[in-house]
Design a protein around this ligand. Structure first.
Ligand code: FES
Length: 162
């Protein structure tokens, strides 16, 4: 299930660390698997664990600690709204609810067309910009009131011709 090309990418990451610390490449290996498969399955965790010589549970702990690793397939656009307390006090929960309503799904679900997955996330380090969210683990969106949320979803739908 992990191709030779993927293992070659693993090897490039492992080479960045002293031989006795190859486990330090675990996050990079998880990212590579996710780039290639869209998510990190238990089977992939097992392969990485064996490759890096570490217990599978230790790999799983990393996968589950960081929001950016998907444990199951997600939509093309992963929308993660911060619902930690400072954001909750400044409409973070309202933003999540608005998106649930707009997308017709509940937090943690994916739209039927496979376009959007809605999640909540931990503090993104931009509490003063609340409500804040991340799109596909990379694009930070600040001050996401209802209008900006609608605009974001509508624009992404338009890009996809939906
Ligand atoms: S609590 Fe939301 S960015 Fe810090």
């Amino acid at each position: 299930m992990i191709s030779d090309a993927t293992k070659a990418r693993f090897a490039r990451e492992v080479a960045k660390y002293p031989a006795e610390q190859k486990q330090s490449a675990v996050m990079a290996c998880l990212s590579i698997v996710q780039q290639e498969q869209g998510y990190v399955s238990e089977a992939s965790e097992a392969v990485i664990a064996e490759y890096l010589g570490m217990p599978q549970i230790a790999v799983h702990e990393v996968t589950t600690f960081y929001n950016m690793y998907n444990q199951q397939p997600v939509g093309k656009y992963k929308l993660a709204v911060c619902t930690n307390l400072p954001c909750l006090l400044r409409d973070g929960g309202k933003a999540l609810e608005h998106l649930e309503h707009k997308l017709g799904i509940s937090m943690g679900e994916t739209t039927k067309d496979g376009l959007f997955t809605l999640q909540q996330c931990e503090c993104l380090g931009a509490c003063a910009d609340a409500p804040v969210m991340l799109v596909n683990d990379r694009n930070m969106c600040s001050f996401m009131g209802d209008d900006k949320l609608d605009q974001l979803v509508d624009n992404l739908r338009a890009v996809e011709g939906k």
